[in-house]
Design a protein around this ligand. Structure first.
Ligand SMILES: CSCCC(=O)C(=O)COP(=O)(O)O
Ligand SMILES: [Mg+2]
Length: 218
């Protein structure tokens, strides 16, 4: 069945892993001590709001909701000042615009907080793309490796799961989405060194996704 809606991951799917790991995460890391000292309200969700706790979570790339919220607050200043400009793969802006023109409904689901997602899509070299997406989801809806999260997203936006296509680089996330009845496709980006799955459709970019799922493509 041709998808009526697309749910997309960010890191490794729309955005090079190198941008997240070598630009965004270090930007937050170097400002974390100052953030902890500021006593910002976002620290209230960290059980032990100490610098070592937060840096330890970052070292292990833990997808903890409170950490992701804090990173988003720190990145905001960077995007607003122009120090940060989001990187997207070149195929992303034209594909997203083409799909919206064709009537597809687009959604984002990332471990990054919803404010961080909006900052990223709001500050790209192709301009502010936030309006292309109808809703944004983060781990407040559930973990990305839990099938229930995808069922909850599909229900929340009133799309039958089988009409929603989930795009991600991570096999475990695709497994979870498939278990809830979503269509799935892994983005295998050369630049990210993605290991191709055998359990899901694969595509090298969003144009390839479009060709494989009968969607408009360039
Ligand atoms: C919202 S951009 C920051 C990405 C991020 O913090 C992250 O953990 C990436 O997770 P994803 O689910 O997009 O692979
Ligand atoms: Mg990813």
């Amino acid at each position: 069945m041709k998808p009526a809606a697309i749910l997309t991951d960010i890191e490794g799917t729309t955005t090079p892993i190198s941008f997240v790991q070598r630009v965004l995460f270090p930007y937050a890391r170097t400002r974390m001590a100052e953030f902890v000292a500021s006593g910002h309200p976002a620290l209230a969700d960290v059980p032990e709001p100490k610098l070592e706790t937060l840096l330890g979570w970052m070292d292990r790339d833990e997808k903890i909701t409170a950490l992701k919220a804090i990173q988003g607050v720190i990145w905001e200043e960077g995007y607003k000042s122009g120090a940060l400009i989001a990187e997207l793969y070149g195929d992303i802006p034209p594909a997203l615009r083409r799909w919206v023109r064709a009537g597809l409904r687009l959604f984002v689901y990332s471990s990054g907080s919803v404010p961080a997602q909006k900052l990223l899509f709001g500050h790209t070299p192709a301009g502010d793309l936030t309006g292309l997406f109808q809703a944004y989801f983060d781990t407040r809806v559930g973990a990305k490796r839990e099938a229930a999260s995808y069922a909850s997203i599909a229900r929340g936006v009133n799309v039958p799961p089988e009409e929603m296509l989930f795009l991600s680089d991570m096999e475990a996330e695709l497994d979870a989405a498939k278990a809830s009845g979503l269509q799935t496709c892994q983005l295998v980006r050369d630049e990210d060194g993605t290991i191709p799955t055998k359990r899901h459709e694969t595509a090298k970019d969003f144009n390839d996704v479009a060709r494989k799922f009968g969607l408009p493509h360039g």
